[in-house]
Design a protein around this ligand. Structure first.
Ligand code: F3S
Length: 433
């Protein structure tokens, strides 16, 4: 594999032991996957942040690397942590967990990483441009960056993303190469798909079928992805205007963005889809022919199987989770509007990025949701927080990804459906029949 003189110096240890260790990881991966060279990355997003997943071994590993003087070279953000970093007590997180979680965050900060703990970095400033090479690790964010933004990243593991941040490089293989970005499956959608939950159910079915393939969706009309109602000019203008012409289709509202993140997150959960195309919508599908000649056609004419697989036959709901992937300002606004004049009986958590929470607070949305008894929780989510310690047994969610993981990761029985059904369940404490 070709290395530049600077890369060779990193590998030789001229930049210190922390950089040497990072370059060893990058080069080892490059060799395993047959890369010819490395490629500079513009940004990094690191997963493996929750102490629930890292444990003491992971914490020690991070401390050791930080202690070797490793510093990131490119803008780097973090995936959700195991708790809201400021309001963890109110959520019932134990002192012991919080102490360990903060030690994890301190190790990342020592390496120069911004502790913005979110799986939607593209909503809060870490927004790659079309064609840019990046190294992200959260699967739903990887899917969004590759598919919706047209950036290029493999699904990195936590250590390999960190190594990319420290060296500013990743090995050029997989989705960094044109030939691996062509669709392996044509997905013909022949049933109505309207809500975020429908897109999640669709994603669940497609992910199961194509595994780590690249699906190309036909039959999803632009009108399904076009913005409807509740525009979010502040977020929309900042985010979408700076990217490819894809935003011209979606406009400043974020209905399209919300359903595409739900679709991608579900496919990454039930399969390992890191890139998808939507005919006439996503940037590479609009730029030219992206379907491989040998692509297999899959017909989806019903979402029932997806809904059935993601639902347990439970009535009582202890917790309602909205915001997987992390909620946008528009989604928080929708919840606040629906809750007006109501009071929740079950716990209601809307999980989001800290920056989005701050914007929601400025708009008075957090206050409105809290007045109804709900919470807008920053930095974490139901899957990576130690929910099993909070004595909860059942959950309702509009996220197929959360519904897929919550039973195994958090020991919860799950109801999965539309946002309105979930909010109804929050108010009554029962899943609407
Ligand atoms: Fe994000 Fe947690 Fe869902 S990391 S995509 S909110 S499982």
């Amino acid at each position: 594999m070709y290395l530049t003189p600077e890369e060779k110096a990193m590998l030789a240890g001229d930049f210190g032991p922390g950089v040497k260790r990072a370059m060893e990881i990058i080069v080892a991966l490059g060799k395993i996957y047959g890369a010819q060279e490395l490629v500079p990355v513009q940004s990094v997003q690191v997963a493996g942040v929750s102490y629930k997943n890292l444990g003491d071994a992971g914490l020690e590993f991070l401390h050791e690397w930080a202690g070797q003087g490793a510093q990131v070279r490119v803008p780097t953000t973090l995936n959700p942590a195991g708790m809201d970093l400021t309001h963890w007590r109110e959520l019932g997180i134990s002192e012991e967990f919080a102490r360990k979680q903060m030690a994890v965050i301190e190790a990342f900060k020592a390496m120069g990483i911004v502790p913005s703990c979110s799986c939607t970095p593209y909503l809060t400033g870490n927004l790659p441009a079309f064609g840019q090479h990046i190294a992200w690790s959260e699967s739903s964010a990887v899917s969004f960056a590759n598919s919706v933004l047209g950036a290029r990243t493999n699904r990195e593991g936590g250590p390999s993303a960190l190594a990319a941040a420290i060296t500013g490089r990743t090995a050029r293989y997989g989705l960094h190469l044109d030939e691996n970005r062509r669709a392996t499956h044509i997905i013909e959608v022949r049933c109505p798909v309207t809500s975020e939950a429908d897109f999640g159910a669709l994603g669940y079915l497609v992910g199961k079928r194509v595994k780590n393939g690249v699906p190309y969706f036909k039959g999803l009309s632009r009108s399904q992805l076009a913005p409807a109602g509740s525009p979010d000019p502040a977020a929309g203008q900042r985010i979408w205007r700076s990217t490819a012409s894809f935003c011209d289709l979606l406009g400043p509202g974020d209905r399209g963005q919300g359903i595409l993140k739900a679709l991608g997150a579900a496919m990454a959960a039930s399969g390992a889809v890191a890139l998808y195309h939507v005919e006439g919508v996503t940037p590479e599908a609009r730029a030219g022919d992206v379907v491989a000649t040998e692509a297999e056609t899959v017909v989806i004419d019903s979402l029932d199987e997806g809904y059935a697989a993601l639902n347990s036959p439970i009535d009582q709901i202890d917790l309602v989770s909205i915001g997987c992937p992390h909620a946008s300002l528009v989604e928080i606004e929708e919840v606040a509007r629906w809750l007006e004049g109501k009071r929740v009986k079950a716990k209601l958590w809307i999980t989001t990025a800290r920056e989005t929470r701050e914007r929601a607070q400025e708009k008075g949305l957090v206050e409105r949701i809290e007045a109804a008894g709900g919470r807008v929780v920053a930095d974490t989510c139901l899957v990576v927080a130690p929910i099993e310690e909070l004595g909860l047994r059942s959950m309702a969610t509009n996220s197929a990804k959360a519904a897929f993981y919550a039973p195994t990761h958090s020991g919860l029985e799950v109801r999965f459906g539309k946002l309105e059904q979930c909010l109804e369940a929050a108010v009554t404490g029962r899943w609407p029949g």
